[in-house]
Ligand binder design. Structure first.
Ligand code: AMP
Ligand code: MG
Length: 492
């Protein structure tokens, strides 16, 4: 059994951005124990988990002991939450341990989430309950397997401590890996204090870390804004194609890297309905499914505000340049979305009329009470002429007949073999998503019965979401009626 991990930290945020964080130490966990270790991700990071001593791992991933070479800190940021500006947020229950350069040469943050109070905790306890830790583990790993840029889960541990929410719950800590934790809100923090040089320093750091080809570019801050726009457009298109609803797209939960971050009240849409919203705190429906692209632009506009003094000395000119970049979001988004839709529909080439074909499908689905994920997966059979799986999903069985005929004639224009088209569809339309009732079942079993079995099974299925596993048919199915309408909570 090994009780060393030999992580080679290289902490550039700590080294280069003094004043952007507070050095910090976690709290001791009274009785830390390992729930889950992500061996695959560890290998990617150049770590070997195979013989890791569990007690050692529990001490390290609970923050009770510190890895040699780590430089733990709490990052400061601000953010627009549901549209209103909060000038002071920051890591209130998280601690960045440091960075490693992975086996592919990519710099990755390693962060503990739930490790105790920091100077940015405000009224909070700095802790995480077990449920939200497992939820972030499951959903972020599922998103990764589905091909969506996202933070990852490296480890989950119990602290042995109870945390108080509406009720007393077991405490836990997630070790999160991100390409960085720089948020739109990080820029807003310094911009709102008129610290333009700090905004510049942060932008220079973010450019060299995430968009290195822009380092010496003319107008690099404008190009930087554009690069973040493009990354966010690609990201949100992926969310939309999968039916993912983030739930709390505040600017502090919006990354510069274009990775999905801060899985709180997120959920996958089951029944297709554009205005779906799950989060109990989103009473206005600001972050509904269909609003996500426009909210992304709104968030990018807040980033643009912070960069204006760097973009041009003259404000009006800066605004004009930034506006032009922001206007480019829409076409980037639709290009990504249409590319993704083509794959979902087995279409390889680009043809005129494809956009209408895709949007007409969604229009036809609007009042059909149909399961979004099953519908798309069912198209693989329909491509071969067997519509039965599709028809039983619809309120009105004939609702798609006309569209299916149109789609099959469009498919026939592709010269490749039908099996090749179906193979592409089956690599794009998942069988398994983190279905809300299954996620809740896994969290409940762990929280109330210390039974991690359902969590492990679900994690395993979600790690290969396109591959059918015999015996697990139940995981493909929508929630039973008795599950009722789904609500998610921020209680993280
Ligand atoms: P989030 O809901 O993850 O986007 O968090 C919003 C802000 O609240 C961030 O600044 C968090 O650090 C902070 N926060 C959330 N939960 C806690 C907690 N239990 N203790 C302290 N701060 C928290
Ligand atoms: Mg957050």
């Amino acid at each position: 059994m090994s009780n060393s991990l030999n992580i080679r930290f290289d902490n550039s945020y700590h080294r280069e951005l003094e004043g952007f964080y507070v050095p910090w130490q976690g709290e001791q966990a009274p009785a830390a124990s390992v729930i889950q270790l992500n061996h695959g991700l560890a290998t990617e990071l150049g770590m070997d988990f195979s013989n890791l001593d569990q007690e050692f791992a529990a001490m390290m991933f609970s923050g009770s002991d510190m890895f040699p070479g780590a430089a733990p800190l709490a990052q400061v940021y601000a953010g627009h939450q549901f549209g209103s500006f909060n000038p002071q947020l920051g890591d209130g229950r998280a601690m960045l341990l440091g960075e490693v350069v992975d086996t592919q040469g990519r710099r990755r943050d390693i962060q503990l989430k739930g490790s105790g109070r920091t100077p940015f905790s405000r009224g909070g306890d700095g802790k995480s309950a077990l449920g939200p830790v497992l939820r972030e583990y499951l959903v972020s790993e599922a998103m990764h397997a589905l091909g969506v840029p996202t933070t990852r889960a490296l480890a989950a541990v119990m602290t042995g401590e109870r945390v108080r929410r509406e009720t007393s719950l077991p405490g836990a800590i997630l070790t999160r890996v991100a390409s960085s934790h720089i948020r739109v809100g990080t820029f807003e923090f310094f911009s709102s204090r008129q610290e333009t040089e700090k905004v510049r320093q942060l932008a220079d750091y973010a450019i060299s870390r995430h968009y290195a080809d822009l380092v010496n570019a003319e107008d690099c801050y404008l190009h930087f804004l554009n690069a973040v726009c493009q990354a966010q457009a690609a990201l949100v298109a992926k969310w939309m194609l999968l039916g993912f609803i983030h739930g709390v797209m505040n600017t502090d939960n919006s990354t510069i890297s274009g990775e999905t971050i801060d899985y709180g009240p997120c959920a996958f849409m089951d029944t297709y309905a554009p205005t779906t919203v799950f989060s109990s705190i989103d009473v206005q429906g600001r972050y509904t499914y269909v609003n996500q692209p426009s909210i992304a632009v709104w968030n990018l506009s807040r980033l643009a505000d912070t960069l204006l003094p760097l973009i041009d000395d003259e404000e009006d000119r800066g605004v004009a340049k930034a506006t032009e970049v922001l206007n480019g979001f829409s076409s980037a988004y639709f290009t990504n979305w249409l590319d993704g839709m083509r794959s979902k529909l087995g279409l390889i080439t680009e043809k005129e009329g494809d956009m209408e074909l895709c949007t007409d499908l969604l229009k036809a689905l609007e009042r059909q009470n149909t399961d979004y994920t099953l519908l798309f997966r069912g198209l693989s059979d329909a491509a071969l002429g067997d519509d039965r799986k599709i028809r039983i999903l619809l309120s009105n069985e004939d609702a798609l007949d006309h569209w299916l005929t149109r789609w099959r004639s469009r498919l026939a224009l592709e010269s490749v073999d039908i099996n090749q088209k179906i193979a592409m569809m089956n690599q794009t339309n998942p069988i398994y998503i983190p279905r809300n009732h299954k996620v809740e079942e896994a969290l409940d079993a762990a929280t109330w019965h210390q039974d991690f079995g359902p969590f492990e099974v679900l994690l395993e299925l979600l790690s290969s979401p396109f591959e059918r596993r015999p015996g697990y048919e139940i995981f493909e199915q929508p929630a039973p009626e008795s599950f009722g309408p789904y609500r998610t909570f921020c209680g993280t």
